[in-house]
Design a protein around this ligand. Structure first.
Ligand SMILES: Cc1ncc(COP(=O)(O)O)c(C=O)c1O
Length: 390
C-alpha cells in the first residue's frame, strides 16, 4: 500500500483554512462564540477523559461500531466487490448521531443548557433532540417548511423527544434557510446556547470539529475493510455529499492511502461541480450563486442534499485533486434505492442512494472496472423517506 501525504486532512491550518477555503466569516457578535467553541473543542479533544466518555456513548448508546456488510448480490451482478459501511444501523438511523454526541458533550462541558440546530432531512434534528433528551438539555430545531412537509415522520420524532421544531418560511423553505435562521438565533442566545451545526460547513471550528467527530466512520471502516480485503484498502471509497459530513468522516480514514475518494452530489444541488468560490454560512467554499453573488436555490429529491454549498474541506480536496466529485439525477437515485432494496434487503435513505446510483452507473466502465473493490458509506436508513416513495 502506497502512503500519500495528507496531513491537511488531520488539522486545518491556523484560522480553519483548508487551502483557500474555510475561515470564519460571521457577524462580529459571533466571533467570540466561535472562538469559545474552538477553545473548548481543542481542550476536550486533547483530554483522554472526554474521548473515553464519547467512546462509551458511541458504543453503549449509539451502537458502534456499525457493521461492514458485503453487498453480496449486487457485487455478483456488477462484477465488483461492494462493501457497505452501515451508518443506517446507528441509533436514530444515520451518521448524524456521531457528530451530535460529540457536540452535546462539548456543550455540557461549556456549561450550556440548550442546543440550537438546523435540519433538512430531519436526521440531524432527530439526533440533536435525542442527545438533548439524554443529557438533559433543551433543543430548538429550525426546519424549512418544505422539509417539514417532506419529512413529517422526523418532525414527529423530534417533538416526541421533547424538542421544539420551528418552521422557517423564508426563501426556498429548505436547509439553507433553516441554517440562516439557526445562526441568527444563536447570536441572540449565545450565553446559554450551543449551536449544534449538522455538517462540515459553517465557520471555523465547525468543519474541522465535525470532521473529527465523523472520522469514527472512516477509522472503523479502515480496520473492517483491512480484515475483509487481501489488498487491505479498497480501490474506491464513495459517499454522498450534502454539506459533506459523512463523506468527510469516511474519507478521513482513507486519506493516506491510494484509494480513490469519490463524493456524490445531487445534480440539482452540486456545489462542487457547478459552484464558484464564495461565502455561505460563515465559511468560504464553493457555492451555487448567481452573477451578483446571491446564493442560488438548490434542488434535490433528498432533503439532506438540497443545499447550495458544500463544506470547505471538500472544496479543497476537489481543487487539490485528492477527491473527485460527481453528480447523479433524481431518477438514478430512485432507481438505485429500489435496486438496493430488492437486491440486498436494505432500504437506504434517499441521500445515501446517491452513492449507490454512482456505483451502478460506473460499474463495468473505466471508472469502476470489473474486479474493483469499493467501500460505500450508507449514511442513513430510508424509513423517513417512505412517504415520498409511495
Ligand atoms: C441520511 C443522510 N445522509 C446524508 C446527509 C447529508 O449530510 P452530509 O453531507 O453532511 O453527510 C443527510 C442530511 O440530512 C442525511 O440525513
Amino acid at each position: 500500500m502506497t502512503v500519500i501525504a495528507t496531513r491537511y486532512l488531520r488539522e486545518p491550518a491556523v484560522g480553519g483554512r483548508f487551502g483557500e477555503f474555510g475561515g470564519r466569516f460571521v457577524p462580529e457578535a459571533l466571533i467570540p462564540a466561535c472562538a469559545a467553541v474552538e477553545e473548548a473543542f481543542r481542550d476536550a479533544w486533547a483530554d483522554a477523559g472526554f474521548r473515553h466518555q464519547l467512546d462509551m456513548f458511541r458504543t453503549r448508546y449509539a451502537g458502534r461500531p456499525t457493521a461492514l456488510t458485503p453487498a453480496w448480490n449486487l457485487s455478483a451482478e456488477l462484477g465488483i466487490t461492494l462493501l457497505l459501511k452501515r451508518e443506517d444501523l446507528a441509533h436514530t438511523g444515520s451518521h448524524k448521531i456521531n457528530n451530535v454526541l460529540g457536540q452535546a458533550l462539548l456543550a455540557q462541558r461549556m456549561g450550556k443548557t440548550r442546543l440550537i440546530a438546523e435540519t433538512g432531512a430531519g436526521q440531524h434534528g432527530v439526533a440533536t433532540a435525542t442527545a438533548a433528551a439524554l443529557f438533559g438539555l433543551r433543543a430548538t430545531v429550525y426546519m424549512g417548511e418544505r422539509d417539514i412537509d417532506r419529512q413529517a415522520l422526523n418532525v414527529a420524532r423530534m417533538q416526541l423527544l421533547g424538542a421544539e421544531v420551528v418552521p422557517v418560511t423564508a426563501g426556498s423553505r429548505t436547509l439553507k434557510d433553516a441554517t440562516n435562521e439557526a445562526m441568527r438565533q444563536w447570536v441572540a442566545a449565545v450565553d446559554d446556547s450551543h449551536f449544534c451545526l449538522g455538517s462540515v460547513a459553517g465557520p471555523h471550528p465547525y468543519p474541522w470539529m465535525i470532521r473529527e467527530f465523523q472520522s469514527v466512520i472512516g477509522d472503523e471502516a479502515r480496520r473492517q475493510v483491512a480484515a475483509e480485503l487481501p489488498t487491505g484498502v479498497p480501490d474506491v471509497v464513495v459517499a454522498c455529499v450534502g454539506g459533506g459530513s459523512n463523506a468527510a468522516g469516511t474519507f478521513a480514514g482513507f486519506a493516506d492511502t491510494t484509494a480513490r475518494l469519490i463524493g456524490v452530489e445531487a445534480a440539482g444541488g452540486a456545489a462542487m461541480t457547478d459552484g464558484t468560490p464564495g461565502v455561505v454560512h460563515g465559511s468560504r467554499s464553493l457555492v451555487l450563486q448567481n452573477a451578483d453573488g446571491q446564493v442560488a436555490e438548490a434542488h434535490s429529491i433528498a432533503a439532506g442534499l438540497d443545499y447550495p454549498g458544500v463544506g470547505p474541506e471538500h472544496a479543497h480536496l476537489g481543487r487539490s485533486g485528492r477527491a473527485t466529485y460527481v453528480t447523479v439525477s433524481d431518477d438514478e437515485v430512485l432507481a438505485a434505492l429500489h435496486r438496493l432494496a430488492r437486491a440486498e434487503g436494505i432500504i437506504c435513505a434517499l441521500e445515501s442512494a446517491h452513492a449507490v446510483a454512482w456505483v451502478l452507473r460506473a460499474a463495468g466502465t473505466d471508472e469502476l472496472p470489473r474486479g474493483s473493490t469499493v467501500l460505500l458509506t450508507l449514511s442513513g436508513r430510508g424509513d423517513k423517506d417512505l412517504g415520498q416513495l409511495r
